[in-house]
Design a protein around this ligand. Structure first.
Ligand code: PLP
Length: 405
């Protein structure tokens, strides 16, 4: 066993020596006090500034009511795969709601957004073995996994660079099936993809388009249908992928598109076919969340207001954040150890939880704190966060002010 133990220890030691050793912070989130949590060891309350439950829908009364009703009616588990025993009516209805949200013919639900990406993309190569993937270099790990697992030909374009994308498209036979895979908003820098230009290129070079709207569904567009819808391009995108785990506050992922695409994936994708389906309690909760956010824009508007207030507060305090048009506010630290220490100090000294983001989630040298505002953050919390950041940056000798050009 020593032979193997040493191999694992060596791997861990390497990660540790690069300052990338991760420890997960133990919390209990408070449904009645969003966005607060409690440290179960000390009992101290903590303000969460890094949750992807962007609108607090995980504890919204409409969502709780729907999930409790489903729990009482159907129990906790789903009872099987969709093919054998687990095709509960709540999932069937959820897929109709998702197709309707995105104005597409059909939708397919997976157990997570990760699985939706991984299994859909790899399955496309089973359906079209000749397919060539064109993928933004900063696409999420689940997209990278799907493309790698497809074993198909792939071309990686520079982040958001549609001119580079065109060069790559040009280099491939026009008659080969192709797909351009990109995210509407990148979760680490909060930048939006050039959707219009990508669609134009897809038409010019006869490619399908696949957009990951994980960080934007529920938050942008009419009824929360995402950025492509907000900009008027959703009807020209072939596959829209999203999650039920972030703005919708539950868990699960999905794709929507025309019925042939969705049916072909449904009949072929191992990550869909061979796994137990989402339980009715989750499907019912997700439906309630989607339907609520379709008719109410109050939460979306409040969310945008808080995002604006946080950016204004940082600007006033001369904190150099990475500016973008989205709700994601990164502050680049550029050093894995300092990023980790900043996070720990915020938590231990100020009761503020901002998880640091290090390699491999972001490229080395761009380690960061990533602030995620929610409608539940108050002006006092924003001020306390701003003050705490300045104290922490000063204590750790982190340059936080904009540098002169
Ligand atoms: N796509 C992107 C861009 C993501 O950031 C994430 C997760 O953060 C996923 C997909 C996976 O979604 P899920 O958390 O539902 O598995």
């Amino acid at each position: 066993m020593t032979f193997y133990s040493n191999k694992f220890k060596y791997h861990i030691q390497n990660i540790r020596s690069e300052g990338r050793y991760r420890e997960f912070f133990n919390i209990k989130r408070l449904a009645d006090d969003f966005p607060l949590a409690v440290d179960p060891v000390t009992g101290k309350k903590i303000v969460m500034w890094c949750i992807n439950d962007y609108l607090g829908m995980s504890r919204h009364p409409a969502v709780l009511e729907a999930s409790l009703a489903a729990l009482n009616a159907h129990g906790v588990g789903s009872g099987g795969t969709r093919n054998i025993g687990g095709n509960n009516n709540h999932i069937v209805e959820l897929e109709k709601d998702l197709a309707d949200l995105h104005n597409k013919e059909s939708a397919l639900v997976f157990t997570s957004g990760y699985v939706a990406n991984d299994t859909t993309l790899s399955t496309l190569a089973k359906i079209m073995p000749e397919i060539v993937f064109f993928s933004d270099e900063l696409n999420h790990a689940s997209i990278i996994a799907g493309i790698c697992n497809s074993r198909g030909e792939k071309h990686i374009y520079n982040h958001l660079d549609y001119q580079h994308l065109e060069e790559l498209l040009k280099s491939v036979d026009i008659n080969r099936p192709k797909i351009i895979v990109f995210e509407s908003a990148y979760s680490m820098d909060g930048l939006f993809s050039p959707i219009k230009e990508i669609i134009e290129l897809a038409k010019k070079y006869n490619a399908l388009t696949f957009i990951d709207e994980v960080h934007t569904v529920g938050l942008y567009g009419t009824g929360g249908a995402g950025i492509a819808e907000m900009l008027g391009y959703a009807s020209q995108i072939d596959i829209i992928q999203g999650t039920l785990a972030k703005a919708y506050g539950t868990i699960g992922g999905y794709i929507t598109g025309n019925s042939e695409i969705i049916d072909a994936v449904r009949l072929t994708a191992p990550g869909f076919i061979f796994t137990t389906s989402l339980p009715p309690i989750i499907a019912a909760a997700a439906r309630a969340s989607i339907l609520y956010l379709k008719s109410s824009s109050t939460e979306r508007e409040k969310h945008q207001e808080v995002v604006k207030s946080v950016k204004e507060s940082f600007k006033k305090a001369n904190i150099n954040y990475f500016n973008n048009n989205s709700h994601i506010i990164p502050i680049i630290i550029g050093d894995p150890v300092k990023a980790r220490e900043a996070s720990a100090m915020l938590l231990n000294r100020f009761g503020i939880y901002v998880q640091h983001i290090n390699f491999p989630t972001v490229p080395k040298g761009t380690e960061r704190l990533r602030i995620i505002p929610t409608p539940g953050h108050t002006p006092i919390m924003i001020q306390e966060l701003t003050n705490a950041l300045i104290e922490v940056f000063n204590s750790l000798d982190i340059k936080y002010q904009p540098q002169a050009a």
